[in-house]
Design a protein around this ligand. Structure first.
Ligand code: DQA
Length: 136
C-alpha cells in the first residue's frame, strides 16, 4: 500500500510549538518510528505552509495513491480550495488532527475537509496519524 501524510501550516514546528497542546516530539522523529513499525506500507510525507502547494500535492497523488492522511491544520477551517481539491480527487482522504478541535475555540469547529473525507480522526495526539494509517 502507498500512503501519503500531508501536513499543513505550522506543523513543521511540531515538538517546539505549544508542546502542551501538540506534544514535544518532532514529526520527523515520530514518522521514523511509524515507518519502522509499518514496514509493509509505503508512507510518503509532505509538509507545506502554502495553501496552493497543498492543493498541488493533492492533485499529484490523488489519482495514484491508495490513501491520503491530511492534517490541513489552520487551513482546515478556512480553505474552500483545499476542500474542493479533496472532493475532486479519487484517492480517499482521512482527515486528522492532533488536538480535539471540538474542545478548543469555536472557529476550529468548522472543517472544509470533513464533508468529503472518508473519515476524521482527532484528539489522540500524534497517535491520530497512526490510527489513520491503520484505517487503510
Ligand atoms: C490542528 C488543529 C488546527 O485547529 C490548528 O490550526 C493546527 C493543528 C491539529 O492537528 O490539532 O494547526 O490541525
Amino acid at each position: 500500500k502507498k500512503l501519503i501524510i500531508i501536513n499543513g501550516p505550522n506543523l513543521n514546528l511540531l515538538g517546539k510549538r505549544e508542546p502542551n497542546i501538540y506534544g514535544s516530539l518532532s514529526f520527523i522523529e515520530f514518522l521514523e518510528e511509524v515507518k519502522r513499525k509499518y514496514t509493509d506500507i509505503e508512507i510518503d510525507y509532505f509538509q507545506s505552509n502554502i495553501e496552493g502547494e497543498i492543493i498541488d500535492k493533492l492533485h499529484e497523488v490523488g489519482f495514484n495513491f491508495d490513501g491520503i492522511i491530511l492534517n490541513a491544520a489552520a487551513y482546515t477551517h478556512t480553505s474552500v480550495g483545499i476542500g474542493d481539491a479533496v472532493k475532486a480527487i479519487e484517492t480517499p482522504v482521512v482527515e486528522v488532527h492532533i488536538s480535539n478541535t471540538f474542545n478548543r475555540e469555536e472557529f476550529r469547529h468548522q472543517s472544509f475537509i470533513s464533508p468529503n473525507a472518508k473519515g476524521v480522526i482527532l484528539g489522540f495526539g500524534l497517535q491520530s496519524y497512526e490510527l489513520a494509517i491503520q484505517s487503510f
